[in-house]
Design a protein around this ligand. Structure first.
Ligand code: FAD
Length: 319
């Protein structure tokens, strides 16, 4: 952002994780000790009695703060990256679907697209949860999971300060989690694994209602607040819930960001670009066994997703 002067409301406001159960809060102490020992990184435990200084909600059992975390507006960040790439000479072809990838006689890749064919010496696959049958080797490893988010109307500033006095990025300790924060114009931005299925008009509508109920559960103060925007996207989970990178079918790839790709995808992108240009491979995620998703959880096959959703709900109930 600094190098390319990308204006995207970047703010190092820290994040707050909040515990939905006493046992989750007890686990924070263990995490904080481990992170300090292994990474020399400080996490601050917030007991329930002090939680009002961090969040205007009484439903949680305590919290844990990481002051170094930051937030940004990802749409502005993406637009800034695209402009930076263009300035550096990249040709961007939006609304252009790659339909197949093959080889020419000279061994170059040949991609058929919805707007014509193109050849390339190297390919970087950055298609995430939206990976199609054009690259089946990657597609069969990705589990696509819907995630949804909504924004309220602009809140009065005293209410906004009450909900999030330190303006943190906040998320809870469940598998089926909620994550939320204030926007710079004081809307509550509230997201979560609502419908689980990839986004359609229907799942967005269902998710809006699920998320509204969730938001009021956290913040009863927002019972009469209007929801002005709702949208969703699809996350690229892998079987071990870890990112993977390297080569697949002779193409470079990075995938498996599972809802944490805003910073990570850029980092992996720079690393893969380095490999194409001949840099040594120092990506620690390359070479980790990358197992395929079980049938029924693969990209494009969604019949098993409700089972996966139910499994996470059971885990939340048990743990
Ligand atoms: C509601 C929601 C909230 C989120 N919150 C956070 C957060 O707080 N923090 C965080 O770090 N991450 C978050 N994420 C996840 C983050 O958005 C992703 O991890 C990130 O966008 C991944 O970037 P990417 O470039 O790998 O893939 P994507 O942004 O998914 O881009 C993949 C692109 O590939 C294109 N594509 C696929 N197949 C083809 C083809 N055959 N031909 C042409 N194009 C193709 C797709 O159209 C798409 O544009 C959230 C996601 C959602 C949906």
């Amino acid at each position: 952002m600094r190098e390319e002067k990308i204006e995207c409301n970047f703010s190092r406001c820290g994040h707050l994780e909040v515990a939905c159960k006493q046992s989750h809060f007890d686990g924070y102490q263990v995490s904080a000790v481990l992170v300090k020992r292994e990474f020399n990184h400080e996490l601050r435990i917030i007991p329930k009695s002090e939680l009002r200084g961090e969040i205007g909600s009484d439903i949680y059992f305590g919290g844990m703060v990481d002051e170094t975390s930051a937030g940004l507006n990802p749409a502005r960040y993406l637009a800034g990256l695209a402009l930076a790439a263009q300035r550096a000479g990249a040709c961007l072809c939006d609304h252009t679907r790659v339909t197949s990838v093959g080889r020419e006689r000279n061994n170059k890749f040949r991609m058929e697209t919805s707007k014509g064919a193109i050849t390339a010496r190297e390919i970087i696959l950055a298609s995430g949860a939206y990976t199609t049958d054009a690259t089946p080797a990657l597609r069969k490893k990705i589990i696509p999971i819907g995630s949804y988010i909504m924004a309220t109307e602009v809140l009065p500033s005293d209410l906004a300060r009450e909900l999030s006095p330190r303006n943190r990025m906040i998320y809870d300790s469940k598998h089926f989690l909620y994550y939320y924060r204030l926007t710079p114009d004081n809307r509550m931005l509230f997201g979560g694994r609502a419908a689980f299925f990839p986004e359609t008009e229907n799942t967005v509508r269902q998710s809006a209602e699920i998320l509204r109920r969730g938001m009021i559960g956290v913040y009863p103060q927002l019972g009469d607040t209007k929801i002005e925007f709702v949208w969703g996207g699809t996350l690229d989970f892998t079987l071990d819930v870890m990112p993977h990178a390297g080569k697949i079918g002779d193409m470079y790839f990075a995938a498996g960001f599972a809802g944490h790709g805003v910073a990570a995808a850029t980092w992996f992108g720079a690393k893969l670009a380095g490999l194409v240009c001949g840099d040594p491979n120092d990506i620690p995620f390359d070479g980790i066994p990358f197992r395929g998703a079980p049938l029924g959880l693969r990209s494009g096959h969604t019949w098993a997703l409700p089972l996966a959703g139910a499994w996470y709900r059971i885990l939340d109930w048990l743990t």
